[in-house]
Ligand binder design. Sequence first.
Ligand SMILES: Cc1cc2nc3c(=O)[nH]c(=O)nc-3n(C[C@H](O)[C@H](O)[C@H](O)COP(=O)(O)OP(=O)(O)OC[C@H]3O[C@@H](n4cnc5c(N)ncnc54)[C@H](O)[C@@H]3O)c2cc1C
Length: 404
Amino acid sequence: MLHRLTTQVGIVGAGPAGLLLARLLQVNGIDAIVIENRSREHVIDRVRAGVLEHGTVTLLTALGVGAGVRRGGLRHDGVHISFRGHRHHIDLAGLTDGKGITVYGQNEVVRDLIDARVATGAPLYFEAAHVEVRGLESSPEIRFRHGDDEYEVRCDFIAGCDGFHGICRQAFPEGVLTIYERAYPFGWLGILAEAAPSSDELVYTYHDRGFALFSMRSPTITRLYFQVAPDESIEQWSDHAIWEEMLRRMTTSDGWQPSVGPILQKSVTPMRSFVAAPMRHGRLFLAGDAAHIVPPTGAKGLNLAASDVLVLGRALKGFYQAGRTDWLAEYSETCLRRVWKAQRFSWWMTSTLHRFPDETAFDHQRQLADLDYLTGSRAAMTSLAEQYVGLPFEVPLESAGLPV
Ligand SMILES: Cc1cc2nc3c(=O)[nH]c(=O)nc-3n(C[C@H](O)[C@H](O)[C@H](O)COP(=O)(O)OP(=O)(O)OC[C@H]3O[C@@H](n4cnc5c(N)ncnc54)[C@H](O)[C@@H]3O)c2cc1C
């Protein structure tokens, strides 16, 4: 059976970008249909980012979905940088007028947003197959199959929130997009372990054997990573070998090290920087990973998705409530200003903290000097702190119809 539906905004993808946009539109009385190709369980169980910037937490609260992060989020006022066996503390809050970061799993953010949408009965289709977007220049349409039925959704605009491997960016006509890309000669081997975090704050380590990161997801779950070759096979790593390497890289001269526990999940993630510009073609707008990817060192991926959505939400509100088209026209340029600053920061964190296969002895000493300078200069620490807690959004929350 064919179902013909009509809405104002068709959203492809129920990751953080799609769900946040759906919520922002709902708050402003704008209709949307969200179409996701995976199951609800898969979307909620996917383990990904975990660090929320100060502004992202403010946005979740303003959207009325901040109860989970207030209850379960771990607020951090600082971060450690470790090298030559010593941990150096960076006082994020002291250097940024009280701002910090909050550790709260992306899967929890997604769960909160799905629960909130389902509770209102607003349309959200999981397990949509053969999703296609058409008519981008004049009369947008999304088609998909759901169970045995076909759906045709006519809308004014399409939001492509379908991540890096989605179909929306691919739907741009040839020659429209410029791609900026950098692949790194390493990946991260990451684990989730059932072990109480042995530090209240994240520890970024530069070690002779390569980068390592100590983080956490909850008071009982530790999340750890270390640098490996980009094509490293996870099967080569026994749990014992993973712990041995983690401890070798992270243990500091004062005896600090992560607590060891059963490994619940392990994987290898390649690292890349990627930007597709412009982020709009006709009536199709890309947001989040569909348009850009950052290496996870700066913890910016999910936060950038949130800031794109704020800009897009404002533009759509301006269009529907005041007939404005200028904010829609400026969407890509406005987002890309913040995207490029986050790209630069993520590249800098990555370049400073990893060992490179082709590096010279000079490069190694320069990296150590960079870290020495960073941890010894209030100006350098302030620069890191203001970027790590998150640069201001490009548009104020109230311009998108949200309370401050
Ligand atoms: C393995 C991994 C680990 C990561 N770790 C970190 C981290 O530690 N720190 C950090 O800051 N960032 C991390 N990131 C990045 C961060 O998770 C992303 O930036 C964030 O998920 C972006 O949200 P999004 O909504 O734009 O995209 P996504 O979360 O990718 O959501 C896109 C959604 O669209 C759906 N979709 C795809 N194709 C279609 C289609 N054809 N039709 C319908 N739906 C479709 C997908 O199933 C998905 O639900 C990680 C990413 C990955 C992949």
